[in-house]
Design a protein around this ligand. Structure first.
Ligand code: NOJ
Ligand code: CA
Length: 696
């Protein structure tokens, strides 16, 4: 590891001259200045083009007042950092951390209060955060609002989901900034925030494309002890302002100096691939706090899950709670029985999967939804038909790991009270991973999923789980911002609209999976639950019209394009037996990577990624498209020159189409080298998946 760290101290007391910092490549420049009222602002340029123009910074502090003007510069500091680190699980084996830093110390003349603003310029973009140093005149304080602006230069094309302090489970809208309009949308549960002060709120990461072809992304990193930042959009001026998520009494954040905010990030490139491949969000997070990480492992799993989502079985013992909600009085079999679990364990063993998830194993499901009830689950009482001792012994004998499920139904108070009992129970039965869930409104009542208290909860769970050597996969959490660098046992999260929506709603349009790598995935791996082979839900019930909005081949490609060290083979065992030649790809594909090459990318249109499995010479490729069919030629120059590989290609069949003929696929084997050019033909809503294995 090479490490170069230079710190320069420049004292420029009282001056209002511009300070700037540029990326190592020199292409991105951030400039900082105070206006003549001592109000801080910044701007960002990329290859001499403005990306963010004059944008003010600062706060309103409760009971104190404005903390955004009357400042002078007390000093500045620069640093040059170039080092590298190894993620425990990741898309690449080594991550380079290279940036130039500028810290500006500000003093508010009248109050004497101090505020530092720290900029980091990476080749991928600019990050900045506020730091409240320890000082006499500011100890405990409350953020009433953060007023960070992002003034954009035009009416960019934007991939946006509406502001909702409780959920990100939305379909993306692709419109110009000026056309953002939440009123047209069906918001999830009626508590979404459509607008404040007549302006629309959208969520970050916000992915945009300018008319001149710049890809611009606004996000944040290291959200710790602070609420999530949404963005308040002025559709006439294209200015975004930070909109923090309030708590139950309307405050944003309670802090004590010294304190820092999360990093605000502006990524920019003229090549969309750079956004997908970025590592700055991870680099802006603290290194791992877990010393012995040997128990943190990638995991491919199956589970008693999709059968409830398609209405074949139920979560609850009395047989009423499935996700179809079509026939509320119909009694269906309970999914999480000992027998059924053993069937999944056998299937996992037979096909080489690491784990089995079982949902609906514990009491509470009769009563779990929509009641805003505090005590629903105790996380330690199995239903009478789930013999956890027998299941544990059987799984152990078969060498399969069990994944616990903790649905909290939003009652975080109850979960935290029971956390140690729940995790001790898991340890007693040898569970090394847990899927958590936060469906519904939060208890303590009035809190939002994205507020400071819940952010703290979502960071608290992996921290405590680490004490029990448990890996965490959270659903309905706030969206990750790279904190899994610090807690590498936080191996995945949902925090976006997953594949499940295709089972029981209008679903996810074909472009959905081409957008997520530019948005949600920038913050961390997603448990998207790909691999649905029976695309149309009428196989379960002729009255069903729901379907997955991809071809079968695209479901395979998602294992490569949607990075996660935790990957589910989400469909039912019998469906995999039925399409066993296609299933082979899911069995073969890796979940932890030595190297990643983003070969082609365009948000909302297509994505092609090749990855090399960790500790192996095997490569895997995934190519996906939106609702448009696509032909492309890929040069395999990522393969080792001179080596021969057996390539197994899983592609859309002739006339395949996500709606008309989604299960139409072909599997063929060819021999290739790094010089081979492969023509890929992707159907509408289709994809291609390829495994490359060196010959001898
Ligand atoms: C929503 C989760 O996303 C899903 O995976 C889970 O099955 C249900 N909640 C029930 O907990
Ligand atoms: Ca969900």
């Amino acid at each position: 590891m090479n490490k170069l760290f230079v710190t320069l101290m420049l004292l420029c007391l009282g001056t209002a001259s511009a300070q700037s910092v540029q990326s190592p490549s020199g292409e991105i420049v951030a400039e900082f200045k105070l206006d003549n009222t001592g109000r801080p602002y910044y701007s960002v340029n990329y290859k001499n083009q403005p990306v963010v123009t004059k944008s003010y910074m600062g706060f309103n502090l409760k009971d104190i007042g404005q903390f955004n003007s009357g400042f002078t510069i007390a000093g500045t500091k620069s640093a040059v950092v170039n080092d590298s680190w190894k993620p425990v699980l990741g898309e690449v084996a080594v991550i380079q951390n290279k940036y130039n830093e500028l810290s500006v110390s500000l003093r508010q003349q009248e109050s004497g209060r101090l505020l530092n603003i720290i900029f980091r310029a990476f080749d991928e973009g600019i990050a900045f955060r506020y730091e409240f140093p320890k000082q006499d005149n500011l100890n405990y304080f409350v953020i009433a609002s953060e007023n960070t602006e992002f003034s954009l230069t035009g009416d960019h094309k934007t991939f946006w989901i509406p502001g909702d302090y409780d959920s990100q489970e939305y379909v993306y809208n692709e419109t110009a900034l000026s056309q953002v309009d939440n009123d047209k949308l069906n918001l999830n549960n009626g508590i979404a925030v459509k607008s404040i002060g007549g302006r629309y709120i959208v969520q970050s990461p916000l992915m945009m494309k300018s008319k001149s072809g710049l890809y611009i992304n606004i996000f944040e990193a290291a959200v710790v002890n602070y609420p999530v930042m949404h963005l308040n959009l002025n559709p006439e001026t294209f200015k975004l302002t930070s909109q923090l998520v309030p708590n139950a009494v309307g405050d944003m954040a309670y802090l004590q100096a010294p304190a820092v905010t999360p990093w605000r990030t502006v990524m920019v490139s003229d090549d969309a691939r750079d956004i997908v491949a970025q590592k700055m969000i991870l680099n802006l997070n603290e290194p791992s706090k877990i010393e012995d990480t040997s128990w943190i492992k990638p995991m491919k799993y199956v589970g008693i899950w999709w059968e409830m989502h398609v209405g074949v079985s139920t979560w609850d013992y009395s047989g009423t709670q499935d996700a179809s909600q079509k026939k509320p009085n119909a009694r269906k079999p309970h999914g999480a029985t000992t027998e059924n679990t053993k069937r999944y364990i056998d299937f996992a063993k037979k096909h080489g999967f690491d784990g089995v998830l079982v949902e609906g194993w514990n009491t509470g499901w009769e009563d779990w939804f929509g009641n805003w009830k505090e005590e629903v689950f105790d996380f330690t009482t199995p239903y009478p038909d789930f013999d956890i001792k027998e299941v544990t012994e059987y799984a152990k004998k078969q060498g399969v790991k069990m994944i616990m499920h903790h649905e909290t139904s939003g009652s975080v108070s109850n979960y935290e009270r029971r956390l140690d009992r729940a995790y001790k129970f898991m340890r007693d039965y040898g569970y090394g991973a847990v899927k958590t869930g936060y469906v519904g409104r939060i208890i303590p009542r009035g809190e939002f999923h994205d507020g400071q208290a819940m952010v703290n909860h979502f960071n608290y769970v992996p921290r405590r789980a680490a004490e029990y050597k448990v890996m965490v996969n959270s659903h309905e959490s706030s969206r990750p911002t790279g904190v899994h660098r610090t807690w590498p046992n936080y191996i995945a999260a949902e925090a976006a609209r997953g594949n499940e929506f295709n089972g029981w709603s209008d679903g996810n349009p074909p472009m959905h999976e081409t957008i997520l790598p530019f948005t949600r995935l920038l913050g961390g791996p997603m448990d998207y639950t790909p691999g649905i082979f029976e695309i149309k839900m009428d196989v379960y019930d002729p009255s069903k019209t729901e379907q997955v909005h991809t071809t079968l081949a695209k479901q395979l490609a998602l294992y490569v394009t949607m990075y996660s060290p935790l990957q589910m083979a989400a469909d039912l065992p019998e469906n995999y037996e039925k399409y066993s030649d296609a299933f082979q790809f899911i069995k073969d594909v890796a979940a932890d990577w030595q190297d990643t090459k983003v070969l082609e990318a365009e948000p909302g249109d297509y994505l092609t990624i090749a990855r090399k499995a960790k500790g192996s010479e095997k490569w895997f490729l995934g190519a996906i498209t939106d609702e448009n069919a696509r032909n492309t030629t890929i040069t395999l120059n990522f393969l080792t020159p001179g080596k021969k590989y057996k390539a197994v290609i899983y592609q859309d069949g002739k006339n395949a189409h996500w709606k008309n003929d989604p299960i139409n696929y072909e599997v063929k084997t060819v021999e290739v080298t790094s010089k081979t050019k492969l023509n890929l033909k992707l159907a509408a809503g289709g994809g291609t998946a390829i495994s490359f294995v060196p010959v001898n």
